[in-house]
Design a protein around this ligand. Structure first.
Ligand code: CAA
Length: 261
């Protein structure tokens, strides 16, 4: 077990790994060391056979108030370019196979909003505060916000949000399709997020990972290619033990005992 400086990890429900951003003095601003720890923690959950799904959250006050402005302020172009600044954030989207549910309370601004959008699902509180305020700092979203927010809410709204920097609420996030569900309080949010994560962790990991993979492909591929991709993965699951177990259990009116094989 790792000791982390900027986050805590736990297993609050069977099969559910929770990573809680914990940099309260900076409203969980996403510094490079924090992201490095997050990548380590997520990779450890992904590698752990007993974990089936992951919840990423912050505090009631802040999911994350953005990339660390104090770290970015003095950066030069060549430093940002040669060190591929922000690129390490994408490990979450390229190398983690288990589903990640973002549970967002409080501020999810700039890189914090983008981090939530990188997750596979977002739940939030009604009074969560989302936004891409980079324009107010003389810059633009740099962790996928212009692409993922636009896919989530459409060009008209994304353009307005990114050009004005104006915030939007958790209620709006749910209405516009950024969040799947909205809750009245932080406690209710966590109960709901952990219940969903536990449900997911109760299924075959092979099927869950494949489902996550194909849904995420829909964001990259044209419809026809995506449907073909899905069919290939669907066909491949006939090679898994859990497909046989799941369908046999249905036919025999039994509860399936997944092997994750
Ligand atoms: N980076 C570094 N430090 C931050 C931070 C950030 N993104 N957000 C907050 N903090 C720090 C503040 O500097 C402050 O530290 P000190 O006490 O040492 O001064 C502490 O957290 C508490 O913040 P505030 O006093 O500002 O708290 P508040 O309640 O008055 O305001 C807030 C809250 C509206 C979220 C405000 O902190 C804020 O506007 N934060 C910045 C939001 C932002 O612009 N995010 C986008 C960053 S750019 C980006 O993310 C680029 C990208 O796309 C990758």
């Amino acid at each position: 077990i790792h000791a982390y400086q900027y986050l805590t990890i736990s297993e609050p429900r069977p099969g559910v790994g929770q990573a809680t951003l914990n940099r309260p003095m900076a409203l969980n601003a996403l510094s490079t060391p924090l992201i490095a720890e997050l990548n380590l923690a997520l990779a450890a959950f992904d590698a752990s056979p007993s974990i089936g799904s992951i919840v990423l959250t912050g505090s009631p006050k802040a999911f994350a108030a953005g990339a660390d402005i104090k770290e970015m302020a003095p950066l030069t172009f060549s430093q940002a370019y040669t060190t591929s600044f922000i690129e390490s954030w994408s490990h979450l989207t390229t190398s983690i196979k288990k589903p990640i549910l973002a549970a967002v309370s409080g501020y999810a601004l700039g890189g914090g909003c983008e981090l939530a959008l990188m997750c596979d699902m977002v739940y939030c509180t009604a009074d969560a505060t989302f936004g891409q305020p980079e324009i107010k700092l003389g810059t633009i979203p740099g962790a996928g916000g212009s692409q993922r927010l636009t896919r989530a809410v459409g060009k008209a709204r994304a353009m307005e949000l990114i050009l004005t920097g104006k915030f939007f609420s958790g209620t709006e996030a749910e209405k516009w399709g950024v969040a799947a569900r909205v809750f009245a309080t932080h406690d209710e949010l966590m109960v709901g997020a952990l219940a969903t994560a536990e449900t997911i962790a109760g299924y075959s990991q092979v099927a869950v990972m494949a489902a996550k993979e194909v849904v995420n492909k829909s964001q990259d591929l044209a419809l026809r290619d995506g449907v073909e991709y899905e069919r290939r993965v669907f066909h491949s699951l006939f090679g898994s033990k859990d497909q046989k177990i799941g369908m046999k259990a249905f036919v025999e009116k039994q509860k399936p005992e997944w092997t994750n094989e």
